[in-house]
Design a protein around this ligand. Sequence first.
Ligand code: 3PG
Length: 216
Amino acid sequence: MTAVPKQAKIAALFKQAVVIPVLTIEKLEHAVPLAKALVAGGVRTLEVTLRTDAAVAAAKAIIAEVPDAIVGIGTILNPDDLSRAIALGAKFGISPGLTPELLKAAAASDLPFAPGIATASELMAALAAGFDTLKFFPAEQAGGIKALRALAGPFPNVRFCPTGGIGEANAATWLAEPNVLCVGGSWLCPAADIRSGNWAGITAICNSAMKSLKRP
Ligand code: 3PG
């Protein structure tokens, strides 16, 4: 199949999300209370990264026990990770970068997928594989908003979820860019709050973010 319908799906998912927390879940027992805390703060679209041993079980638990969460899988580095995300029933997949193997596997699958890019050449590789909704990573470190604006010149139809170095202070500025659908980041769920089980604190961060960033 072509990547086209999936692109519409992931663009719609990103747009309604506004913000996507990047979750690194170290312990399975954190997964469900963390997801519930995020959802309680109005943040429903979650990226569970495959960075920890607990990640797959954590995503599975959230999908089973937090039906209001829209669970995607992040840090997809290769076709095996992509298969893992599909087997879990993820609603979308995100990668920090791209390889020809990953693009080929993602283009052949039904999973709405946003490959990561930081340069014009990577963007062209993604476009050539049928992907026009991309993660811009690491957003601040790879040139920030100036870099994203420069990419909008030759690639006016590409839409982004910038991630990396984004937080409460600069999220609104990124979201004001016409080619930005949503922003991602770990600031909505600080590691210290997850470790200490400060779920109310995470809900408060999300409430505040959603209040200030909600589109009219
Ligand atoms: C990611 O994987 O997208 C980043 O680690 C998130 O970046 P941040 O921690 O700067 O938000």
